[in-house]
Ligand binder design. Structure first.
Ligand SMILES: C[S@@+](CC[C@H](N)C(=O)[O-])C[C@H]1O[C@@H](n2cnc3c(N)ncnc32)[C@H](O)[C@@H]1O
Length: 267
């Protein structure tokens, strides 16, 4: 399995979006590892969003609406939450699940956001920058940088290649993940055992580099364990991880800020 280095962002995005469209039309997102089910995770994300924020972008919002609902309940100053997704089905589902005058749903691909969106205080990325094309992911993070205010930040959850690797070494049931290409450690790619998705699951140092090469300052990268009862049940359904004794799936919770473009004031 080799990582795609195609420079044609439109083609890469079309293929990714079509795969998601297919997934939503087949199962309505039930076959996907869905972190928005987890109250602990939602609390952690909400806590990281400053109370002064007025404009938020949820990139690759998907069909679930728990996050936008919670932000509106917890952040009184919010004027607009822009929710984008390349999948028309996801946007339609989200819209029918929760609409509000402060929420604006937009059906666009990640690399198009800077054509339409500006002045964002915080971008929330929940497992939505994971194309198999490393180059595409880097470009998308560049577009995120552009749509943010100078004081803005990206708060995100990104999967780690070391989480499935741990599963594979810990449990014989998953040991084939190493030999059959489910885990491609060299290229940081993971092929979902259910479905055909191949996605980028980065190691921490590479993720840090990707942010920094796009001029972001990585403020924190912590591990978030999806070990609540609900998430262990969900992990059993999606991956076959034993919900009582298995290792929990974990990911990186990241916060990166945009450097101010203003020159520092001389004393
Ligand atoms: C794993 S789902 C996560 C959805 C949601 N953030 C959540 O946590 O439930 C990834 C989402 O990103 C969207 N997506 C992936 N690649 C995209 C792209 N290139 N442009 C726009 N949306 C994309 C998919 O349509 C999908 O809704």
């Amino acid at each position: 399995m080799t990582r795609k280095t195609n420079s044609n962002v439109v083609a890469i995005s079309k293929a990714d979006v079509a795969a998601w469209e297919h997934e939503y039309s087949l199962t309505g997102y039930t076959n996907v590892f869905n972190i928005s089910l987890d109250e602990y995770f939602l609390k952690k994300i909400i806590k990281k969003i400053p109370q002064t924020d007025r404009r938020i972008l949820i990139l690759g919002c998907g069909s679930e609406i728990n996050l936008q609902r919670k932000i509106l309940l917890s952040h009184a100053k919010i004027e607009q939450i822009v929710c984008t997704d390349g999948s028309q089905t996801a946007i339609k589902l989200a819209q029918s699940n929760f609409s509000n005058e402060k929420i604006c749903y937009v059906n666009i691909a990640h690399h198009e956001i800077s054509n339409f969106i500006t002045d964002i205080d915080s971008i929330i990325v929940c497992n939505s920058i994971l194309s198999a094309s490393d180059q595409y992911n880097r470009e998308v993070i560049g577009h995120c940088y552009k749509v943010l205010k100078n004081s803005g930040r990206l708060i995100g959850v990104f999967p780690s290649i070391f989480s499935p690797l741990e599963q594979a070494y810990h449990n014989k049931k998953f040991s084939n993940w190493i030999s059959d290409g489910t885990i491609d450690l060299v290229n940081s790619l993971f092929k979902e055992p259910k479905g055909d998705f191949v996605q980028s699951f980065y190691p921490p140092s590479l993720l840090k580099k990707i942010f920094e090469s796009n001029r972001f300052k990585l403020n924190s990268l912590e591990i978030i364990f999806f070990d609540s009862y609900k998430m262990m049940q969900h992990s059993e359904y999606i991956y076959g991880i034993d919900s009582n004794n298995g290792l929990p799936v974990w990911e990186y919770l990241v916060e990166a800020s945009k450097y101010s473009l203003q020159a520092p004031v001389k004393k």
